[in-house]
Design a protein around this ligand. Structure first.
Ligand SMILES: C[C@H](O)[C@@H](O)[C@@H](O)[C@H](O)C(=O)O
Ligand SMILES: [Mg+2]
Length: 435
């Protein structure tokens, strides 16, 4: 093992891979009306022959900018051996995020942070493959001291110190239960905003048949539509199943409160991204106003970094933390957020879907359950039923639960044939399309 750890990363390639999901309105919401699910897809080659795969998620246009940012980070990775990186992973995270010239592009936000996520996801994948374990298991088996040494505590020590983090990590006990039952999931696949009612009904019927009990509906563009769609879905799923609604940042604060109040009769568990993802105090006001209605606020898929999450938690501005495997600085930064959420006693319900997000984030939420939260109340991981067939180790869903992945790595290796066909703009899928 040590031998493999000593081998060097000799090459980084990054490709722009896009799927024309907007043609069928998959993934559409009140702000993103024509998303083409895409990825900046990173491959790390080593001189041992082992390969690491990573990605970050985008909506189509602009992926080429993320690709450029990854290329700009490549020199910080190529030439290093894995041992050198993981023996001081905090240092390496800092190197990527705090490069004295490049940090001006962020810091730790926007395109440069998406690029950091893609690169670090590939490094974690490489590490897990080197150890021959799925990433979640690598984390579960790791000594707490080493785990905590991967986290950059800069800017969060006022709420979480390294010593506290060590205390929060519980001994792994519930692994067997996860192997047997899996981690509970909810589906967003039935009710994208661009789907007509007939399609929504059909998908909902199918989902109920397959055992789904928790459903998310897109809202926010037109109140009358929202009322009609929420009514349909609440009637179909019955009073005991769970409903969530997602506005994707469409409203101002007062508008969010009045709009959601009008949907309260459908008893949503949460309203997701009611307003600007940067407006912490706005979210706090919305949380306060909606609490008496029994509706929580969820956010995180566009929360820039651990510092923002810290303030959301400090301000009681969210009741559900939605970590994202490709928005934050990979596993390193997500570990910090999982631990802070636990300290504040706020459940983590990861954002997934897109392309590869389910494959990635399942590892993080399994770790969260086994080593941090040991709790399933009000907890579930998002699931979206698109594009899994393009991965070499796609997620396994059984009875609306994520079954723990068994293959070594972080599960985001794509089929090479997929990458070639979907590469933008030269792949066959795009060559003949007017886009
Ligand atoms: C553009 C995307 O599909 C979003 O609508 C999606 O991530 C969504 O917010 C979600 O929560 O799944
Ligand atoms: Mg969302």
């Amino acid at each position: 093992l040590l031998d493999k750890m000593l081998h060097k990363i000799i090459n980084l390639t990054v490709r722009d891979v896009r799927f024309p999901t907007s043609l069928d309105q998959h993934g559409s919401d009140a702000m993103h009306t024509d998303p083409d699910y895409s990825a900046a897809y990173v491959v790390l080659d080593t001189d041992s022959g082992l390969t690491g795969f990573g990605l970050t998620f985008t909506l189509g246009k602009g992926t080429e900018i993320v690709v450029c940012a990854v290329e700009a980070l490549a020199r910080l990775v190529v030439g290093k051996c894995l041992q050198e990186i993981v023996s001081d992973f905090r240092g390496f995270y800092r190197l990527l995020t705090s490069d004295s010239q490049m940090r001006w592009l962020g810091p730790e936000k926007g395109v440069i942070h998406l690029a950091t996520a893609a690169v670090l996801n590939a490094v974690w994948d490489l590490w897990a493959r080197t150890e021959g374990k799925p990433l979640w298991k690598l984390l579960v088996d790791m000594e707490p001291k080493q785990l905590v040494s991967c986290i950059d505590f800069r800017y969060i020590t006022d709420v979480l110190t390294e010593e506290e983090a060590l205390d929060l990590l519980v001994k792994a006990q519930e692994e067997d239960q996860m192997q047997k039952e899996g981690y509970p999931a909810y589906t967003t696949s039935c009710a994208w905003l661009g789907y007509p009612d007939e399609q929504l009904k059909q998908l909902c019927t199918d989902a109920l048949k397959s055992g789904w009990t928790r459903f998310k509906v897109k809202v926010g563009a037109d109140l009358e539509d929202d009322v009609r769609r929420c009514r349909i879905i609440r009637q179909m799923i019955g009073p005991d199943n769970t409903l969530m609604i997602d506005a994707n940042q469409r409203w101002d604060v007062a508008e969010a409160i009045s709009w959601v109040s009008k949907l309260a009769e459908f008893r949503p568990l949460w309203i997701e991204e009611p307003t600007s993802p940067d407006d912490i105090l706005g979210h706090a006001a919305i949380s306060k106003a909606l609490a008496p209605l029994g509706i929580g606020v969820a956010t995180g898929e566009q929360c820039q970094n651990r510092v923002m999450f810290k303030q959301f938690l400090q301000a009681s501005a969210l009741q559900f933390v939605q970590i994202d495997s490709c928005r934050l600085g990979s596993v390193n930064e997500n570990l910090a957020v999982l631990l802070m959420a636990h300290k504040f006693n706020v459940p983590v319900c990861p954002h997934a879907g897109g392309v590869g997000l389910c494959e990635l984030v399942q590892h993080l939420i399994l770790f969260d359950y086994i080593c941090v939260s040991a709790d399933l109340r009000n907890r579930m991981c998002e699931y979206v039923d698109h594009l899994h067939e393009h991965f070499t180790c796609p997620v396994v869903i059984q009875d609306a639960h994520y079954m723990p992945p068994k293959d070594p790595g972080y599960s985001c290796e794509m089929l090479e044939s997929t990458v070639q066909r979907h590469q933008y703009p030269e792949g066959n899928v795009w060559k003949n399309m007017k886009k």
